[in-house]
Design a binder for this molecule. Structure first.
Ligand code: 4AD
Ligand code: MG
Length: 458
């Protein structure tokens, strides 16, 4: 393999002969003698500056090279005489691999993210999206490292499932029945492909618990789907979630893991994505580096739901949605707690049972459950988790209270019948983490091809 531009630019010494490949970002002539061609191959933010002189046999073609064309350049890497770069490539040959014409939409700098969303097939070629997706890749790697270093096994939970883990009824139905066909007798669920109603998963947690009660520490990392009609900058219909689950663990251990996980990822990004974070800080979100350093370096706060409600109600702040004891916190409330009250990430714990799913462990007060949400500045909830109900009889009661049929959850209930253990876990929304780390304000811009209500182009 020929070196990537990132490797070429990191060279410690001149290289007499090499070939670089990439896409033309800019070309400008310097008189009649030569052209500067900036090429980028997406391996890093920086471009490689190519000097193409008029003694190249195809100099005519070079002079008409368009932004967006792909090229292969052979020559020598020498110290640059110009400002702004250490190295430049003096071309001995420049071949045009694939031409582009002036209809290429990324001619100018400074397109809006809204416009770039409409060309999601080309936006990875911009500085912004190249950076976002390099950070995304690095964070996926760091997530695996974090868990693998701590004895967690990676489990692949199914994408097609028959159970609604979160109980919110926001599932996409999977069916091979023809919605347009006219049937003499309407088909029954038993007639469908899986012989029962089935859906795209909203969470791998229930299956994750199966493996945690066998392998002790596990995590999942995969796509999840929610048919929730939310038009916000933080909700996608398809998003990626990381769900660790630990046997012999309570809510405290769960919160400890969640906090060290976020700090680990932020530190990793600061260390390994410094160029990208510097770019976001300059062009997307001023002060980002400082904010990330604060997250990486100082302890987070914790507050009970009851106390959080008290703080919000006595804050004197006029919220769009009123703060009501027993109701879910809205994202404006979550952000206020994290941004204004605690000025750092904060974990809210022990929520009312009535607003949380069936699987959370009932506390001794009989009213709250051992739940936690980790809230961060700028976004609100990035992690939701809990200690799970491990008592067979209490789980049965909870299923009934949530109008769920215990028979449908027989295998999940069985985990409480055979060697039940206290266990806990959480889900981190991968795109929300990326919004935190990049400062990018809309979830559509941290996922390669966003799926949101009314939109599934590409
Ligand atoms: O809080 P949630 O719904 O929790 C669960 O799914 C649990 N089963 C997790 C567990 O305990 N194993 O979702 C977890 C996280 C949220 O905190 C949020 O970051 C993200 O998933 N999330 C979304 N991200 C993007 N778009 C959406 N529509 C999201 N819904 C949740
Ligand atoms: Mg949640």
């Amino acid at each position: 393999m020929e070196p990537l531009i990132k490797e070429i630019l990191n060279s410690q010494h001149p290289i007499p002969e090499l070939t670089a490949r990439g896409w033309v970002r800019t070309r400008r002539a310097s008189g009649k003698a030569f052209c500067f061609v900036e090429i980028n191959d997406g391996s890093c933010l920086a471009n490689l500056q190519v000097i193409a002189a008029n003694d190249l046999p195809n100099y005519n073609d070079v002079e008409s090279l368009q932004t967006g064309a792909s090229v292969a350049v052979s020559g020598s890497l020498v110290a640059s005489q110009g400002k702004g770069q250490k190295w430049e490539l003096q071309a001995r040959s420049l071949s045009i691999v694939g031409n582009a014409d002036d209809s290429y939409p990324l001619q100018k700098k400074g397109h809006s993210v809204e416009f770039l969303r409409s060309i999601a097939h080309l936006r990875p070629r911009t500085n912004l999206f190249g950076s976002v997706f390099r950070v995304r890749s690095r964070m996926a790697y760091a997530i695996h490292s974090f868990f693998q270093e701590r004895g967690f096994q990676y489990v692949h939970t199914p994408i097609i499932t028959a159970s609604d883990c979160e109980g919110a009824g926001e599932m996409f139905r999977v069916t091979t029945l023809d919605p347009c066909a006219t049937y003499s007798t309407p088909p029954k669920p038993e007639d469908d492909f899986f012989g029962r109603p089935s859906f795209l998963t909203v969470s791998g947690q229930l299956e994750g618990e199966v493996f945690a009660t066998a392998l002790s520490r596990i995590y999942t990392f995969g796509p999840t789907f929610r048919a929730e009609n939310s038009h916000t900058a933080r909700h996608a219909s398809e998003f990626w979630m990381i769900e660790p689950e630990m046997a012999f663990c309570d809510l405290r251990g769960d919160m400890d893991l969640a906090e060290s996980f976020i700090q680990y990822l932020v530190r990793d990004a600061l260390l390994h994505c410094a160029d990208e974070i510097g770019f976001f800080d300059r062009f997307i979100d001023k002060g980002l580096t400082q904010r990330l350093e604060a997250i990486a370096g100082s302890p987070f706060q914790r507050v009970s739901y009851a106390e959080a409600i008290r703080i919000l109600q006595s804050s004197g702040k006029a919220f769009e949605f009123p703060v009501e004891n027993g109701q879910n916190l809205q994202s404006e409330h979550e952000r206020f707690l994290s941004e204004e009250v605690f000025k750092c990430p904060v974990t809210v714990h022990d929520y009312p049972q009535t607003i949380k799913p069936f699987y959370m462990r009932r506390n001794d007060d009989g009213k709250t459950v051992a739940a936690m949400d980790l809230l961060v500045p700028g976004i609100g909830e990035v992690i939701g988790g809990s200690q799970r109900e491990e008592r067979l009889d209490v789980l049965g009661q909870s299923l009934m209270a949530h109008n769920l049929d215990p028979a449908a959850y027989w295998w999940y209930v069985d985990l409480r019948r055979y060697g039940s253990v206290p266990h806990a876990g959480f889900g981190l929304g991968f795109e929300r983490l990326l919004m935190l780390i990049t400062g990018v304000a809309n979830i559509r811009d941290v996922i390669p091809f966003a799926r949101t209500p009314g939109s599934a182009e590409f």
